[in-house]
Design a protein around this ligand. Structure first.
Ligand code: GAR
Length: 197
């Protein structure tokens, strides 16, 4: 049974999809810990309701960026985590975590990378950029995390049509809807060995 650690900052709908897939048995895995950069993230509330252990950055001994990296790594290690999933995590993963979990950290990004990725491009900013670029399609990407924003190897993508009257808000909900299944299915393929990381 693989052990998963999830890093969040916000609403936590992708996190919820992963936890629910573990609970239903669709994923042969267990979410051991949810770590949030934001103490008031909705994701923390949801994880607590689902009896998943949680921790947020404010309870780390130091708020120095390098020390946060070390603390995250320690929490993941102490919980014997095999795979780290970023699910709406809006911070950069530090070098200590990257080295320890190299090739075992995944992210979901709300565009068809390499389009509309990079520093500052997260959440609604991505959808606003897609609309102003006049793209006819967008989508979601699951990729490995390295030390550059949104540049790790792409593992899976799914596209959606951008309608002529699409707004950034309507596009965001359309993309979020496909993210959940894409993320869960990619993690399933990794666990079952049909995608090797
Ligand atoms: C999702 O759309 C995810 O792709 C995006 O934030 C949203 C989080 O929603 N992530 C990024 O933009 C990361 N670069 P959630 O908290 O409900 O899963």
């Amino acid at each position: 049974m693989k052990k998963i650690g999830i890093l969040v900052s916000g609403k936590g709908s992708n996190m919820t999809a992963i936890i629910d897939a573990c609970h239903s048995g669709y994923l042969l895995a267990e979410v051991k810990i949810v770590i949030s950069s934001n103490p008031s993230a909705k994701a923390l509330e949801i994880a607590n309701e689902k009896n998943i252990k949680t921790i947020h950055f404010n309870s780390f001994p130091s708020q120095n960026i390098n020390e946060i990296d070390v603390s995250i790594c320690k929490v993941l290690h102490d919980n014997k985590v095999d795979i780290v999933l970023l699910a709406g995590f809006m911070k950069k993963v530090g070098p200590v975590v990257l080295e320890k979990f190299e090739g075992r950290i995944l992210n979901v990004h709300p565009s068809l990378l390499p389009k509309h990725g990079g520093k500052g491009l997260y959440g609604m900013n991505v959808h606003r950029e897609v609309i102003s670029a006049g793209d006819k399609e967008s989508g979601a990407t699951i990729h490995l995390v390295n030390n550059e924003y949104d540049e790790g190897a792409i593992l899976a993508q799914k596209s959606v049509i951008v309608g002529s009257k699409e707004t950034a808000e309507s596009l965001a909900s359309k993309v979020l809807e496909i993210e959940h299944r894409l993320y869960v299915d990619t993690v399933k393929k990794i666990i079952e060995g049909s995608i090797s990381i």
